[in-house]
Design a binder for this molecule. Structure first.
Ligand SMILES: [Zn+2]
Length: 498
């Protein structure tokens, strides 16, 4: 059947001349995978039968190699053992006319020091030297010489960043529905940055906050979560979507977009994965991943212990209702995810209330849920409302905070309503009951006489709400359209064109 095997190359719209296929199986032919398996199966057996080699033990089972389609990893505990396995591979390939792509081949000697050790040098495939490396990417996950997952995280973030930039370039932020951007994030960026999270999530800040007895304040827990490379990317996208600056506080960003950290979505994947391993154990499977699971349990390694604490904390019932014949509970992943979200919302709420910078935000926001203004069609209006609510603006209350101006009150007073002269102000504040007129959000939208005419133009409903100080109400879905128009004009008056 392979006698007349041929193919054509398709480039843009042109087809090449027909050429013969001299090696390998046919691309896309239904029999190809089966034929390939017939060949490769023997390699697996031969590697398992190499005599006198030391290989890692997982749950009393020797693991000589991992094979995924044609991606091969050989594992050994000594240089000599590895060389013997490479020799076996070499003779197998010579017998069957297969070729190893030596450019994609490398030796990695794991060790705690993180240095390339001498024994990793000059291993040979035939007469070719196999390069020794510090990290290697197998099936999309980068393994580092020290066993750390940091490089892997950095690379996933890079991939996520690329997906983010291509998303940014291909949509028009001024005309797209903002909730569509959030959906695009979840279908284009989230799968990229969460790749392999079933394995690495237990090492993230979010999991540490969830499983360790954290004595830290809520605010610090939130900053730790925000520093995670993947969450950091998520927050950047949210800030871009809302049209606010990068340095805007994170609390109102999670709050107004109604989004929890993306790690909470990965929690479900982690627990589902854990449960699959438990079921493999129940079935006494010989699958290698089940052996790895038992080994994690027996040695009390981080992945297992931390996943266990998470499950015990967020689904206690599962431990009590252990299924018959099973050694481990299978917690409810959906329940855990939603409880972790509730945990985050509580932390978010406490941190919000204790923040001195978020005075205005606290007066307009109770729960972490999508704000009606995010759905407004006009991007400029979404932006101006986001500026006002998140204090991502240049009103003096904010600009007066920066640099050496910090704590000097005369930089924060309203330019229209108060003198900016330092000495006069100091004299004034030495009098009893004298309050400075700070240009803050409340003063800006309700009190400052400078914008009286803009207020007069508004409907009686909005005017009423402003007068009574019902700021929460001006942002609800019935009033947000008019409020956004009003706030847009206020900013335009105050700072010129936006
Ligand atoms: Zn004023």
């Amino acid at each position: 059947m392979y006698e007349n095997s041929s193919a054509k190359l398709k480039m843009v719209k042109k087809l090449s001349e027909c050429f013969k296929i001299e090696s390998g199986t046919e691309q896309g032919h239904p029999l190809s995978p089966e034929l390939f398996k017939c060949y490769i199966h023997e390699l697996s057996q031969r590697l398992n039968n190499v005599q006198g080699i030391e290989t890692p033990l997982l749950n009393k089972t020797n693991v000589t190699h991992l094979l995924w389609a044609d991606d091969l990893v050989m594992l050994a505990l000594s240089r000599d053992s590895l060389q013997r396995m490479i020799n076996e591979l070499y003779s197998f390939c010579a017998e069957w006319g297969l070729e190893v792509n030596i450019k994609k081949t490398a030796v990695l000697v794991f060790n705690a020091s993180g240095r390339k050790l001498l024994e990793s040098a000059s291993l040979l495939y035939g007469s070719m030297v196999i390069p020794s490396v510090r990290e290697y990417c197998y099936l999309g996950t980068t393994f580092s010489i020290s066993g750390s997952m940091k490089t892997n995280q950095a690379q996933l973030r890079m991939k996520g960043l690329r997906a983010y930039f291509s998303l940014k370039n291909s949509i028009d932020i001024t005309s797209i529905d903002k909730t569509a951007i959030l959906k695009l994030h979840d279908s284009l960026i989230l799968p990229v940055v969460s790749y392999g999270c079933q394995v690495w999530l237990p090492r993230t800040q979010l999991m540490k906050c969830l499983t360790e007895d954290y004595k830290k304040a809520d605010k610090e827990v939130l900053s730790a979560i925000a520093r995670d490379p993947m969450e950091n990317l998520h927050l950047s996208l949210l800030k871009w979507t809302l049209g606010v600056r990068k340095r805007t506080a994170n609390i109102p960003i999670w709050g107004d977009s109604g989004r929890c950290p993306i790690g909470t979505q990965m929690i479900k994947l982690l627990v589902d994965f854990h449960n699959r391993l438990v079921l493999l154990d129940d079935a006494n499977s010989t699958h290698i991943v089940r052996h790895a699971f038992i080994e994690q349990v027996n040695l009390g390694l981080e992945w297992y212990t931390s996943t266990k604490v998470l499950c015990d904390r967020f689904d206690r019932g599962a431990t009590r209702n252990l299924r018959e014949g099973s050694n481990y509970p299978t917690p409810n992943s959906k329940l855990i995810k939603s409880r972790v979200e509730d945990w985050f919302k509580t932390k978010w709420n406490q941190a919000k209330k204790s923040s001195s910078k978020l005075t205005f935000y606290n007066s307009v926001k109770d729960d972490l849920s999508l704000e009606p203004y995010v759905k407004l069609k006009n991007h400029k209006r979404v932006k101006t409302i986001a500026w006002l609510r998140t204090s991502s603006h240049r009103l003096n209350v904010e600009t007066g905070r920066y640099g050496s101006k910090n704590s000097v009150i005369h930089h924060r007073v309203c330019d229209f309503c108060s003198t900016g002269d330092k000495d006069t102000l100091e004299l004034l504040f030495s009098l009893p009951n004298a309050e400075p007129i700070i240009e803050d959000e409340e003063h800006f939208i309700r009190d400052c006489p400078q914008y009286e005419q803009l207020r007069d133009e508004r409907s009686s409903i909005l005017k009423g709400l402003l007068e009574t100080g019902d700021f929460k109400e001006i942002f609800n879905k019935y009033n947000i359209f008019e409020t956004s128009n009003f706030v847009y004009k206020l900013f335009k008056y105050r700072f010129g064109s936006s």
